[in-house]
Design a protein around this ligand. Sequence first.
Ligand code: NAP
Length: 246
Amino acid sequence: MRLKGKVAIVTGAGQGIGAATALKFAREGAIVAVCDLNHDAVFGVVSACRDAGVAADGFSIDVSDRDAVDDMVAKVLAKHHRIDVLVNNAGITRDARLQKMTLKQFDDVIDVNLRGVFHVAQAVVDTMIEQRAGVILNASSVVGIYGNYGQTNYAAAKFGVIGFTKTWSRELGPKGIRVNAIAPGFIDTPILSTIPEDVMAKMREQVPLRRLGTPEEIANIYAFLASDEASYINGAVIEASGGMTL
Ligand code: NAP
């Protein structure tokens, strides 16, 4: 068990990559705080984590609400007295071309995918510094490296997340904290549900492996990066895209 006894917060853990990550962490022995907007989804994942034999708690909160984030972190600390790992995974899309994008679409994505990541990292960092140990893992995307048609807001946020990762790895590395990001390609989760099937078929064709990734394949990378096996990986952006950007 690679994460035995570690206390981890996973945001956006009600479904998709976050849910797979929470469950993988639980199976690796971590105590998991499952955070998501969706109350029912949170408690389904909490129950699956407990079935894996670990303690798990659910927090039905919005990461763009700083007071709610601070409250969640305070509750995790009151119960477990430490925070070893943060997986900053919550993210949304509100796609439109530059000419059509509304300010609301722009703000909604920046609030969750960029400001939300900042909120949770800032809320846990003092604890990690006191511990002189911790791991922060951020969800970027291949879109945060190469951009993408129709995703001005999402690309800005995911490029920004890489900026956070590089900056925090410099600031926090000397204090014993590692910060890394994953840049997934196309992963088969509900976030892709609005994409028409003909576009999905073209997306699969773009990938040398000729398939989408699974949430579990990304969760495996988060588990490795969270573990002591990744002790010399800091400031990295791990692309997991089946080679789609070659
Ligand atoms: P997903 O299936 O849509 O899951 C995201 C989860 O985050 C949902 O349960 C969602 O809750 C929750 N969430 C949304 N806004 C939130 C907020 N403000 N506070 C707390 N929770 C919130 O997405 P996914 O595909 O697993 O993606 C996970 C992360 O990986 C995202 O950051 C995404 O940008 C990134 N990523 C995904 C792909 C991909 O192809 N799937 C590729 C690259 C990067 P609701 O359902 O209630 O909104």
